[in-house]
Design a protein around this ligand. Structure first.
Ligand code: SF4
Ligand code: SF4
Ligand code: FES
Length: 503
């Protein structure tokens, strides 16, 4: 026994286990790829799909590893002939009625049935009977479409509604090959977390109405990042193609969002794909006409305008720590202060919090005051109108504006820089629990060649303050560490699960 913990042997490797773990959990922790459909670490164990079977020494029949409790000294084989043939038999049963519509199925490319079929399936089906016809294109609320023919009856979606949201909208109905998922007597499926069942579904039985038929997965770029819909900072993967963001999915983080996202956050990317996006810097001529400018010319023009105007900086509560630090430095050089603005409301008892500024906690750490009413500011940085609404940004009468879309530019502006959406910028955010996490740019999302807001702020600082030394990300992180709020912070690598302030 290692460290006095009991052990089992899986494929020749001796592994310690904790009481309560099942064999599949011990195997997965050690990196063994035991297939599974109905097992999910965040839900109760159903043990109904039988794809996870393994061979155990001394047991005549293959065993369902997601249900199997280890006993000290147990010897398990995940790749033996018996284990593989048990799984191949399961696959054949699952495919008897499954439609062969992979070419038009949104799940193709990330379908466990497809993957295991490739690994375990046989070239020909033994069954010669016609496939069972079942309901297709069934609306589960407004956001989800159910295809009963593709469903493998794993019950993950039903258990999610029973155990996580506890709203019980779904149930299994019927028997044998006529068993399907139905909506219960509530007759509606519109919880704030409903779309998580799409991620849970191991096949293409549940698809997102928002994403259906938009793109094959293999044409998209995926990037690990965060949702910035509220200050929870749920960990996500953004998916984009040809400048458009097409979907957002959860990324597991036990400390933040477990495996889940709220629907509102997941679908909150319309502004990223807005028709009104600003793609390049603009300068207003003396006759009030906007002309496109190079980044360098716009920086020079911004410095001229800010030398005249001076004053405060007002920024979006979704700005990164690096952007906030630079905005504070810029305000100081101009004899003013930096303030941040953010919306509130919409929290619930699960993931969503009332604080909508994804980096409001970071702003507080930097000592920025929260803007609640209109006040003059020479520079405004705005991504979401919800955070910096017209009353605040127009009331600030800024001369230099960083904006994601043109509608957010006040009439007072003389120089405008494109501000990438959260899916197009890199940097650090501090979530509601004080956890420092990372947003990362998805190269397939947003207009091409948008200059990073942090880089432009540094260039303007350099123009206004001849003594200013370019810091870059490393220098900015060093500067953040000299702030008392972040003195002990270990800044996470740009792709990681995040760390707590002071960790
Ligand atoms: S719809 Fe998907 S998650 Fe639900 S039971 Fe069917 S296969 Fe499982
Ligand atoms: S809870 Fe907040 S951070 Fe998480 S998905 Fe919803 S809006 Fe986004
Ligand atoms: S994953 Fe074990 S029975 Fe389904």
């Amino acid at each position: 026994m290692a460290d006095n913990k009991p052990t089992i042997t899986i494929d020749g490797q001796v592994l310690a286990y904790e009481p309560g773990q099942t064999v599949i959990q011990v195997a997965h922790e050690a990196g063994f790829d035991v297939p599974h459909y109905c097992y999910h670490p965040g839900l109760s164990i159903a043990g109904n799909c039988r794809i996870c079977m393994v061979e155990v020494d001394g047991w005549p029949k293959p065993q369902v590893s997601c249900k199997l409790q280890p006993s000290p000294g147990m010897v398990v084989h995940t790749q033996s002939a018996l284990a593989k043939s048990a799984r191949a038999g399961t696959m054949e049963m699952l495919l008897v009625n499954h439609p062969l519509d992979c070419p038009i199925c949104d799940q193709a490319g990330e379908c466990h049935l497809q993957d295991y079929s490739y690994q375990l399936g046989q070239g020909e089906a033994s069954s010669t009977t016609a496939k069972t016809k079942l309901p297709k294109n069934v609306a589960f609320g407004e956001k989800i479409v159910y295809d009963a023919e593709r469903c493998i009856k794993c019950t993950l979606c039903v258990r999610f509604c029973e155990e996580i949201t506890q709203t019980n909208e779904l149930a299994m109905s019927g028997r044998g090959d006529h068993e399907i998922v139905i909506m219960t007597s509530k007759g509606e499926f519109d919880t704030a977390y409903s779309m998580n069942i799409i991620d849970l579904c191991p096949v293409g039985a549940l698809t997102s109405r928002d994403f259906r038929f938009k793109s094959r997965l293999w044409f998209m770029d995926f990037t690990e990042s965060l949702c910035t819909g509220c200050a929870r900072g749920c960990n996500v993967v953004t998916g984009g193609r040809d400048g458009a963001m097409l979907r957002m999915e959860p990324r597991a983080n036990a400390e933040v969002n477990q495996w889940w996202l709220c629907d509102e956050g997941r679908l909150d990317y319309a502004h990223v794909n807005g028709a009104d996006r600003i793609a390049s810097p603009r300068i207003k001529t003396a006759d009030g006409v906007w002309v496109q400018a190079t980044v360098d010319d716009a920086i020079t023009a911004a410095a001229v305008a800010l030398r005249e105007a001076g004053g405060d900086v007002l920024l979006d509560g979704g700005c990164t720590l690096e952007e906030m630090l630079l905005a504070r430095d810029l305000a100081k050089v101009m004899g003013g202060k930096a303030r941040y603005a953010a919306a509130t409301g919409g929290g619930d008892k699960f993931l969503r919090v009332d604080e909508r500024g994804a980096n409001a906690k970071g702003a507080e750490g930097l000592g920025l005051a929260r803007a609640t009413k209109a006040a003059a500011a020479a520079v405004v940085i705005v991504e979401r109108d919800a955070h910096v609404p017209a009353a605040l940004r127009d009331g600030a009468a800024p001369v230099v504006v960083f904006a994601t879309d043109a509608a957010s530019v006040p009439a007072s502006a003389r120089v405008v820089f494109p501000h990438g959406s959260w899916a197009e910028r890199d940097g650090l955010l501090v979530n509601t629990d004080g956890r420092i996490q990372v947003i990362n740019r998805n190269p397939a999302v947003g207009p091409d060649n948008i200059p990073a807001t942090a880089d432009v702020l540094e260039e303007i600082l350099g123009e206004l303050d001849p003594a200013y030394d370019w810091r870059g990300r490393g220098g900015l992180h060093a500067a953040l560490r000299s702030e008392s709020a972040f003195a002990k912070a270990q800044f996470p690598a740009m792709q990681s699960a995040g760390v707590g302030v002071g960790a």
